[in-house]
Design a protein around this ligand. Structure first.
Ligand code: ZN
Length: 545
């Protein structure tokens, strides 16, 4: 591809993603990313980029789209919305899937992926989708997280046919244990945690493995009533010689002396036992989960088989989001130091944070499906989610003028009108009114510095030569001319919480008052925001450009 064509391609794609405007630096980056060898001709690249960007920006969105079609340029985002593949052994009406979160943290994008895949597949086969709270560790479970999951999943548009709590099934687990003991498939081990770990590592059995069925039944009774935490564990008679360490007589039930938010029991199933038996009891046929569980698949398949059931599990790659704060350890650290605004801090990718920042559920769904179900870890830029979200909210967000760093200019020979009407959104028929004080027009300081002494269009007003005392040239503005936004009194003061959680004070046109809390708006030439608070104080959360 000729250099200019390559540059044109990236300029058009970028313009398409950003409401018809592209920037030189972004195009240069994209071009070099595709052809790093061009770094050696950087001067030439920069020159052509300048030219092409100017050309592309002078076109209307329609013209850009036409040019893209003509050049055969397709946007990858739309192309990649692939259908999910068919499931093996899936019969219409008989598929049952489950999403089993542990209510021990705030739901985030990773949870959303597992939830969506299980939900979508259940729908695809007109089957059932179960939300299952794996709340079998009283030390980790907290009441608030049940609610957060329900809230987060509902927000995403996920609906379940049934909601289960492992903590409601504890008596059934006790029965299952008796069955296993009677079949000589499990035993009560009186080793301390440390010894269990050591022997498993050394692939050695302990003496407790040889207890008789009756001895085990008696010890199990004692476990339920007397043994204290750490004194006894119920273990599976697995395979101490297995290469897969999870099969080396794993603990199935243990004593946990800790208050549970829902139920009062002392003996609780471990994760593997809980998740496998719940699959059996709920008759789960297929289940999607992230790859970190793959190592446990063999053990869980075995546990289910002991109770005569098979669930097909599919492990997908981890979702690594570049440019987002996702490390649990780091988040807890910041939380401890009180450096986060909460679990909906804009730096996080919890569902609560994304929602507050102005991401819409449809965008999150598209984003997740785009990452697919392959086993390869998906390295995804946070920007990708932003651009998908932009496509969704651009259609709905009303436009407003806001000035972040004001510079006052005056028009020396103004026309004779002092009010104008502008559309609230290019595709809506609603209008808003703006008053003009030609002696005091606020523009962005940055615009003043860049376009000083040049012709610019003040959006909706006309063409001026930009100076502290500007000359008004015409109410007609050529399409190719740079247009800038402006503001006159009366305006509102608002606080914007930026994606890095910093706060800034800005000035916004008074028409913003017509918007309600929770609405998405676009600050012209600045970016999208969600109205967080609309009262005496106005707070916006900055979504993205
Ligand atoms: Zn033992």
């Amino acid at each position: 591809m000729e250099l200019k064509e390559l540059i044109l391609k990236h300029a058009l794609i970028n313009a398409f993603l950003y409401q018809g405007k592209t920037k030189e630096d972004i195009v240069i980056k994209k071009v070099l990313a595709e052809k790093p060898e061009l770094k050696e001709e950087i001067k030439k690249v920069v020159e052509i980029v300048k030219e092409v960007v100017k050309e592309v920006n002078s076109l209307s969105l329609e013209e850009q789209k036409k040019l893209m079609e003509k050049k055969g340029i397709k946007i990858e985002l739309n192309e990649k919305k692939e259908e999910l593949p068919e499931l093996p052994k899936a019969e219409k009406g008989k598929v049952i899937t489950a999403f089993p979160p542990e209510p021990s943290k705030y739901p985030h994008l990773g949870h959303a992926k597992a939830a969506f895949l299980n939900f979508i597949y259940a729908k695809k086969y007109q089957g059932k989708f179960i939300l299952r709270f794996e709340d079998n560790n009283p030390k980790k479970v907290e009441k608030v997280y049940y609610k957060e999951f329900i809230k987060g999943l509902r927000w995403l548009g996920i609906r379940w046919d049934k909601i289960d709590y492992v903590s409601d099934f504890i008596p059934k687990f006790y029965e299952a244990v008796e069955t296993l003991i009677k079949k000589n498939l499990a035993y009560v081990c009186l080793c301390k945690q440390k010894r269990i770990k050591k022997l498993r590592w050394e692939q050695k059995e302990c003496e407790h493995r040889n207890f008789s069925v009756q001895e085990n039944l008696d010890l199990w009774e004692k476990m339920l009533k007397e043994f204290k935490e750490g004194e006894a564990n119920l273990r599976l008679k697995g395979d101490m010689q297995s290469e897969n360490a999870t099969l080396r007589d794993p603990v199935l039930m243990r004593v946990i002396d800790h208050k549970h938010p829902r139920k009062n029991y002392r003996v609780w199933p471990t994760y593997d036992f809980a998740t496998s038996l719940m699959d059996v009891w709920e008759r789960v046929t297929h289940r999607f989960r992230s790859k970190e569980f793959e190592i446990r698949k063999e053990l869980q398949d075995y546990l289910r088989s002991l109770f005569g059931w098979k669930t097909l599990t599919f492990e997908f790659g981890r979702l690594n989001i570049k440019g987002a704060l996702t490390s649990g350890r780091k988040i807890r650290e910041l939380m401890k130091k009180k450096e986060l605004r909460g679990w909906d801090d804009p730096r996080l990718v919890t569902l609560a944070a994304l929602k507050r920042r102005g991401f819409v559920p449809e965008a999150i769904k598209d984003f997740i499906l785009k990452t697919g179900i392959s086993k390869a870890d998906a390295e995804i830029e946070f920007e990708t989610l932003e651009s998908i979200n932009r496509q969704h909210i651009d259609k709905i967000a009303n436009r407003y003028f806001a000035i972040f760093q004001p510079k006052i200019i005056k028009i020396v020979n103004p026309p004779n009108f002092t009010k104008i009407k502008l559309k609230v959104h290019p595709e809506k028929k609603r209008y808003k009114e703006l008053s003009i004080d030609w002696n005091e027009i606020l523009i962005e300081k940055e615009d003043f510095e860049i376009f000083k002494n040049r012709e610019v269009g003040l959006i909706g007003l006309g063409k001026v030569i930009l100076k502290e005392e500007s000359e008004f040239l015409s109410t007609k503005v050529e399409k190719s001319l740079q247009k800038i936004h402006w503001l006159c009194k009366p305006y509102l003061k608002a606080k914007i919480v930026l994606p890095d959680a910093k706060e800034i004070e800005v000035l916004i046109e008074k028409n913003l008052r017509n918007e309600k809390e929770g609405k998405l708006v676009q600050l012209v030439r600045k970016g999208f925001c969600k109205i967080d608070k609309m009262g005496k104080e106005i707070i916006l959360y900055f979504s993205h450009k």
